[in-house]
Design a binder for this molecule. Structure first.
Ligand SMILES: CC(C)(COP(=O)(O)OP(=O)(O)OC[C@H]1O[C@@H](n2cnc3c(N)ncnc32)[C@H](O)[C@@H]1OP(=O)(O)O)[C@@H](O)C(=O)NCCC(=O)NCCS
Length: 191
């Protein structure tokens, strides 16, 4: 498998490519029913399911040049969860081949601003390094925290939609363009 590396530092976090050794952290994350409350799928039951997920993200790095990143807390060196951009290759809300900004954190790291810190850094990467024109975000309409993370990161609410391919969940659809991002954040640091 090609050796694709990412390495970004924010004030409190390291964002890097997934590694196979993240399987234990991924199991802590994805076996928690609270984490899955708004995700429309069930928690995993075996660590093998997490290894399959990691391998699929590593493949996305090769095929698409991007995929979600692992989040490491600088202070402890611990695996916190993941965040970042994913190329969506199936049609969602009449869009295809768009970049989605996502995140998922182990519960003990919630409420510290980590998801927002990681999301801001991934938007910077998307607009500066990848030169993307726009980035989207999708949340379950009741996932208020997640919508707040996207809005604090500069995305704006566009509309609600029903996601037929994903359990008919009612979702928020948010978006930020490169111009909007430049207006909001270019003069600020990304901590
Ligand atoms: C959603 C998630 C990533 C948020 O992570 P986090 O690091 O706690 O998020 P942040 O601390 O950066 O920001 C959360 C914001 O939501 C706010 N918030 C918390 N509860 C809220 C509520 N019930 N309603 C509205 N806002 C709320 C917080 O106050 C904070 O905003 P603030 O900084 O202005 O005070 C985390 O809860 C998670 O991993 N959940 C499970 C997976 C998931 O749902 N992923 C998103 C799928 S779309």
């Amino acid at each position: 498998m090609a050796d694709i590396k990412f390495y970004i530092e924010t004030d409190r976090l390291i964002l890097r490519e997934f590694q196979l050794t993240d399987d234990v952290g991924m199991f802590e994350l994805d076996s928690d029913p609270e984490v899955h409350k708004y995700l429309g799928n069930k928690p995993v039951e075996t660590i093998d399911e997490c290894r399959t997920t990691i391998e699929s993200v590593l493949n996305q790095y090769i095929e698409n040049g991007i995929g979600r990143w692992a989040i490491i807390e600088k202070l402890s060196g611990n695996f916190v969860g993941w965040a970042g951009l994913k190329l969506m290759k199936t049609t969602i809300n009449n869009h295809i081949d768009f970049y989605d900004s996502g995140y998922r954190l182990i519960q003990k790291y919630w409420g510290k601003g980590y998801a927002t810190e990681a999301t801001k850094a991934s938007l910077q990467y998307g607009f500066r390094q990848m030169n993307l024109k726009e980035i989207y975000g999708i949340t379950h309409i009741e996932n208020l925290k997640s919508r707040r993370v996207l809005e604090k990161s500069g995305l704006r609410f566009i509309e609600h939609f029903i996601w037929p391919e994903w359990h008919n969940i009612k979702c928020n659809w948010l978006k930020i363009t490169k111009e909007e991002w430049e207006d909001k954040f270019l003069s600020q640091s990304f901590s």
